[in-house]
Design a protein around this ligand. Sequence first.
Ligand code: SIN
Length: 277
Amino acid sequence: MSDQPIEIVRLTPHCGAEIRGVDLSRPLGGPAFEEVHKALVEHGVIFFRDQRLTPEQHKAFARRFGELHIHPAYPRLLDGHPEIMEIYADETSKRVAGEDWHSDVSCDPRPPLGSVLYMLEVPPVGGDTLFASMYAAYEALSAPMRRFLEGMTAVHDGEYVYRGRYEGASEEGKTYPRAEHPVVRTHPVSGRQALFVNRIFTRRIVQLADAESEAVLEMLFRHVETPEFQCRFRWQPRSVAFWDNRCVQHHAMWDYYPQRRRGLRVTIQGDAPFHRA
Ligand code: SIN
């Protein structure tokens, strides 16, 4: 596969683009890197087909965008590669990773910038991943609601999500990350505002009473799921999805039980979220 020319095919107006003409197994030259980075920030999630990546090449591609992130709890890591999570489901699975709308590990004080998932095995049908633009979600809120949320912060709690989640994993002396983040975050590259609360990790809005926080969060969680903000990716073996956790949420669709699905995910460390009016 040649590196040139790069073609960018948008999937929906708000979210997702397929990138053609890039071989991720080879080091990206400066202009190709710039183009891929720009597409990521603009479309929130980018897709590549027919890639062949060794674990080292997978990590090398992700490392162009930042340091690699080590998951605080996930037990199924590729042998010899603590930065690579094996995303796996089969007939023995009781749950799969990312089954509800979320931004990866948003409970970290410096949550991941992005994740690069390389799919190896797909079920005969199903197992798509859904993505939703949090720029679009923020922009679709009414002006009074946007003003209300600006300056608010919310608690994202890993303890609540991870404690007891993984059968057989030793948790002795283990603690899980917990962090307070702005409800509306400013993307550090695009400068755009994005809604930053999600159903898996966000527990409460700090400035509100419990009942108020619960009602506002439920409203926002439902709003995030609006179909117009979304794109849906149909995997093939050797497809790669690279999503920007700062401005999209995703949802792994587990509609293929008892079939098998297997992929490898490398996650890129991000910065502390901030809000700039
Ligand atoms: C995840 O990383 O949240 C899982 C995504 C997927 O399996 O499609």
